[in-house]
Structure formats: C-alpha cells, structure tokens
Design a protein around this ligand. Structure first.
Ligand code: TXA
Ligand code: MG
Length: 374
C-alpha cells in the first residue's frame, strides 16, 4: 500500500452529510475502508474542522515517509499527530505536564495543537528528527470516526502540495494530490477554514508558534501568561526569533501561484487601498483579482476586478472559513495580480493576518494614509 506518486488511482469516499438521509451502513463502511488503508500503511486525506489533512499511521515510519513524498515536503517540517481524545495522549507524548491536560479539557477536541516531548513509539521522521511532537484531537466527526476506526495515532499535515494553499474541500485535495495518495474522505467544506493554533508547552511560559483556529484571547482566558506570536509589519523580524522553535513556519507558505499583494489595513482604510490599487492596475491593462468582503465587492467589480467574496466584514469566522477557497478560485483564473487587505489582529484576525502575510511571500504593504481621510 506504499504511495508511489502517479502510479495508482486515488479513491474518493463520499461521507458528506446527505440531505436525503444517507445510508449509515455505507457511511460506516467507507470510514472502515479508509481506516483499513491507514492500518496497511497507506495515505488517506480526511476532513478536520480546520482544513483537510493527509493522514498516515504515525507509528509507521515508512507510511509517514509517503506523506513527505506525496506532498513534496522537506523532512525539516514536522507533522502534527492526531488522536481521538486525551486518553490517547500518552501513546504520543511523554512527561506530559498538568497544563496539557487542563488545555485539553478546555479545548479538545478542537483546533489546538500542543507541542510536547515525543514518546518513543512515534518515529523521529514525524517530528523532523526532534525530541518534541505536535499533537491534537480534531473535532470533525469524520476525523473522529476515522481515528477511532484506525485505532492508531494519525500523522497528518494539510493535504496540499508543499508551499501551496491548504485544502478546505475534497476537490482541493484532489487538485493537488490525485494519483499520489490512496484515498480521500469527502466530507464537504471544512468549518474553521484555517489551520490549528500551535502552542509549545516545552517552554515556560508556553508560546504560540502558529496562530490559528483557536484565538489568542481564548487561550489567554485559561493561561494568561501565554506568549503571543510576534506580529510586526517587518516579516523578516517576526520570523527570525521563532525560526528555530517553529520549524516549518516558512515566510512564504500557503501561497497561490499568482502574485498576491496584501495591504496591512483593516476596515474602510483597507478597502479603499485595495480599490485604488485595483483601479490603477486595471488601468495599466492588468487582469486583477481581489479578495474582498461582500460589501467591498461591488465597487471592485465596477472597476473591472475579479472578486472572490469572503463574507460579511463583521464576521471574521466566515472570512477564515472562505479564505483558502477564495484564494484558490482566483488562482485558477489567468490573473496578473491579486489584492487583499488584513483584518486586524484581534480574535480570528490574528490567524488571518498570519496566513495573508505568508501567502503574500512574507511581506505586507503599508496602506496609503491618505486613504483613511477619503
Ligand atoms: O489544523 C491543522 O493543524 C492541520 C490539520 C490537518 O490538523 N494540520 C496542519 O499541519 O496544518 P501542517 O503540517 O500543515 O502544519 C504543521 C505545522 C508545522 O509546519 C510546524 O510549524 C508545526 O505545525 N509543528 C508540528 N510539529 C511541531 C513540533 N514538534 N515543534 C514545533 N512545531 C511543530
Ligand atoms: Mg500546511
């Protein structure tokens, strides 16, 4: 069952909720089939509440190697191990601090990854050769059913080609990995839309290595002393201090192929800056795309930009849910440039800020101040 890129068919197993009432036996059989592939050392993509993951048996080093091959991912980038619940944590990690259990009680299952000392039965390849392991319990019912049926911890990075945009549908997974993996469980669109928050518990105080689906504010309510990720406009600064502790956190990541320009300004100022940039670029004869909230879209379309709508501007959860699909839809069109703006750094705004910056190659553009007055 070893994954040889391009040498076999990828099975698509539909487990999306069926409005006409699905056959539960078929549903269970598909999960069981996927679990059997995992136990045999194969690769199965599956939905989590954040993004689709590309899973392999985390205790099987050869199977985990297949993930790196299928994604084209360097071994220096560690994988997150998925477990069905906190009871399975000792299979994956050792010397588990009380704080891990407290956080698990508050936030698992859910979009929080804990970095802990790695247990001996998790092979080094999972963890980029390091002594730690990232572990989380996903809340998506299909992920839960798969983990229970497989009965092994499942290593799973996002199911995209390395450096690409993370997948939030099974179609995104197949666009990147068809023929390179054994199966994908199709559970429809994911609900959170950005990856989990990665929290390092091997340092004191604990430190956020990657902002994500669980907000900083939610974590601070439980561990007030948590160290937030640095969020300066100068991306090289922001990454330099964390580079060693957050392996795999590349500045250029989550990136579309089309050049993406992101202005670091929220609200009306961000909207005005994107509109000006789009109007100018269309005027220069460029084919222009824009990521925009619903209220911003008509003005952008009026100047000739292709718009991917992110939802209402006061609903950042929906903006996050739609972000990657919107980026992919614009990237699929023959555009010269895509414009977007940030959404502040409060709540889900922080994860959006981080992903938009990485998608733009690690660089944010300052917004023109005179836009604020207009
Ligand atoms: O929401 C998510 O986290 C998704 C779903 C599938 O669970 N997974 C995901 O995995 O985003 P991936 O491989 O695309 O990102 C994992 C990142 C690594 O790049 C690294 O930055 C961090 O998590 N990470 C994992 N293990 C780590 C470790 N032992 N030490 C430090 N950082 C780690
Ligand atoms: Mg990823």
């Amino acid at each position: 069952m070893e994954s040889q890129p391009g040498q076999h068919m990828t099975i698509r197993l539909d487990v999306a909720p069926n409005p006409n009432g699905h056959d539960p036996k078929t549903h269970e059989q598909r999960i069981a089939q996927a679990a059997e592939i995992l136990r045999a050392g194969g690769l199965v993509a599956f939905p989590t509440e954040t993004v689709y993951g590309l899973g392999a048996d985390a205790t099987n080093a050869a199977a985990v190697e297949g993930i790196f091959t299928a994604k084209g991912r360097p071994h220096s980038d560690p994988l997150i191990v998925h477990i069905s619940g906190v009871d399975n944590l000792p299979q994956v990690a050792r010397d588990i601090p009380a704080m891990a259990y407290m956080l698990a009680q508050h936030f698992w299952p859910g979009p929080l990854t804990l970095v802990l000392p790695r247990a001996a039965n998790i092979p080094p390849v999972v963890a980029a050769g390091g002594d730690t392991v990232g572990v989380r319990s996903p809340s998506h019912p299909i992920a839960q059913a798969l983990l229970r049926a497989a009965g092994v911890p499942v290593a799973a990075p996002s199911a995209n080609r390395f450096m690409g945009v993370s997948p939030t549908t099974a179609a995104h997974v197949l666009a990147d990995l068809d023929g390179r993996i054994d199966a994908v469980l199709d559970g429809g669109s994911t609900s959170v839309g950005v990856e989990s928050t990665v929290l390092d518990l091997t340092t004191s105080p604990p430190c956020i290595l990657r902002p994500g689906g669980l907000t900083l504010e939610a974590l601070q309510a439980v561990i007030p002393h948590v160290i937030a990720p640095s969020v300066s406009l100068d991306a090289t600064d922001a990454s330099a201090g964390q580079a060693l502790r957050a392996p795999g956190q590349l500045n250029r990541h989550y990136a579309p192929a089309t050049p993406l320009v992101v202005f670091d300004a929220e609200g009306a100022r961000g909207a005005a800056t994107v509109l000006r940039a789009a109007r100018e670029a269309v005027g220069e004869g460029k084919r222009v795309g824009a990521l925009a909230t619903n209220d911003e879209a008509p003005a952008l379309e009026a100047v000739g930009a292709q718009v991917a709508r992110l939802g209402p501007s006061d609903d950042l959860a929906q903006v996050a849910q739609r972000l990657y699909a919107a980026l992919r839809s614009l990237d699929d069109q023959p555009l010269n440039v895509i414009y977007a703006h940030t959404f502040g750094q409060v709540g889900m705004g922080l994860a959006l800020w981080d992903r938009l910056r990485r998608a733009a190659g690690g660089v944010l553009q300052a917004a023109d101040d005179k836009e604020a007055a207009q």
